[in-house]
Design a protein around this ligand. Structure first.
Ligand code: SF4
Length: 103
């Protein structure tokens, strides 16, 4: 749940802010969403780990639809959002999202 670009598209910005607010509130309530508990699988370079992360979204995240809507609006092409691996072949080995998650 980290934008792959520092520039969030205008259509995606409200979705991103709403998603971030809900995720923060869940965390403050002691119910962190899976990608905040352990972000590594969501940005892994290993297909199998990203597949597992997508399963964590579907099994345990109440924000899955909102997150998917954000990723669609933003055109994310790297990592897992909303229960789906958005990684494309062209972006598959980019390290940009990993660097952002680590920041
Ligand atoms: S759907 Fe997945 S990537 Fe999106 S906020 Fe939930 S756990 Fe994170």
């Amino acid at each position: 749940m980290t934008p792959t670009s520092h520039l969030i598209q205008p259509d995606a910005l409200v979705l991103w802010r709403t998603l971030s607010d809900f995720a923060r509130e869940l965390g403050e309530a002691g119910l962190p969403v899976p990608c905040r508990r352990d972000p590594d699988p969501f940005v892994s370079e290993e297909d199998e780990e990203r597949d597992a992360a997508a399963g964590y979204c579907l099994a345990a995240c109440p924000l899955v639809q909102l997150c998917g809507a954000y990723a669609d609006a933003q055109g994310e092409t790297w990592g897992v959002y909303g229960g789906r691996d958005r990684t494309t072949q062209a972006q598959g080995r980019s390290s940009s999202r990993r660097e952002q998650v680590a920041a």
